[in-house]
Design a protein around this ligand. Structure first.
Ligand code: ZN
Length: 244
């Protein structure tokens, strides 16, 4: 049995609007359009996009109620995301079972930090160095169809320690030419929802045109889709057996 997965691709969409900038050249219509285009071509996935500057950041109650998995890219405007929308996203994950995919600099996105409960800080360096991503958990659904490792010729470096709670599943570890390592693919459960953090995606390199990167994101979406488990009962509860 397979059910269509309704994905909302959310993007801050600010870097790409700076005329003449590298992100504008790489993603003239925005990163979200490139990601959405790839996802739309995958069987069983239905896509819409939402961006920061839309009313309610494009994440109305109605949009979220009809979203199975939300992907999130943000970097320079995390603080412009309203707390009301953050709470709405958080609730939809924890109570509603919506999957949440945090991409690259979304490690500092408000909804991700709220879901993690830690600072989510890390080391970084923008030197265009090579990254090698090693696949660690081969039994995990996200590993489907992936190679032993893959490389990105030019990336921004993220280094450990990455201040997140111990992941439930560690899918990838990255090595960088400068010597650092990083847990670049991590999974967590939060309430009824599933969260996948995936590191690649710096705005000045053509990362979201990379087939393997997009395969990982697609697999992550399929994994993070709601499981359909029962809703929480967190209230007074009648005894099932007759009590004396
Ligand atoms: Zn970056």
């Amino acid at each position: 049995m397979s059910k269509t997965i309704r994905v909302t691709v959310w993007n801050e969409f600010r870097h790409e609007k700076k005329e003449g900038s590298e992100p504008a050249k790489l993603y003239p219509a925005g990163m979200h359009e490139v990601i959405a285009k790839h996802l739309s071509a995958q069987p069983g996935i239905e896509v819409r996009t939402a961006t920061l500057d839309e009313p309610e950041h494009g994440l109305t109650e109605e949009v979220l109620a009809n979203t199975d998995v939300l992907t999130w890219w943000g970097h320079i405007a995390h603080n412009e995301v309203s707390d009301e929308i953050v709470d709405r996203v958080h609730k939809r994950v924890v109570n509603g079972g919506m999957g949440f995919i945090a991409l690259h600099s979304a490690h500092m996105a408000k909804p991700f930090r709220k879901l993690m409960g830690t600072t989510c800080m890390l080391k970084w360096r923008e030197a265009g160095e090579k990254e090698r991503l090693w696949l660690i958990d081969r039994a995990h659904p996200i590993a489907e169809g992936l190679p032993d490792y893959f490389e990105l010729p030019q990336t921004e470096m993220y280094g450990e320690p990455f201040d997140v709670p111990q992941p439930d599943n560690l899918i990838f570890i990255s090595w960088f030419a400068g010597g650092e390592v990083f847990r670049s693919g991590c999974c967590w459960h939060r309430g009824r929802g599933k969260i996948f953090y995936f590191r690649p995606g710096h705005e000045s390199f053509p990362i979201y045109y990379n087939e393997t990167v997009m395969k990982v994101i697609t697999n992550g979406i399929r994994w993070a889709a709601p499981s359909g488990g029962p809703e929480f009962v967190q209230d007074w509860y009648a005894p099932i057996e007759k009590l004396d």
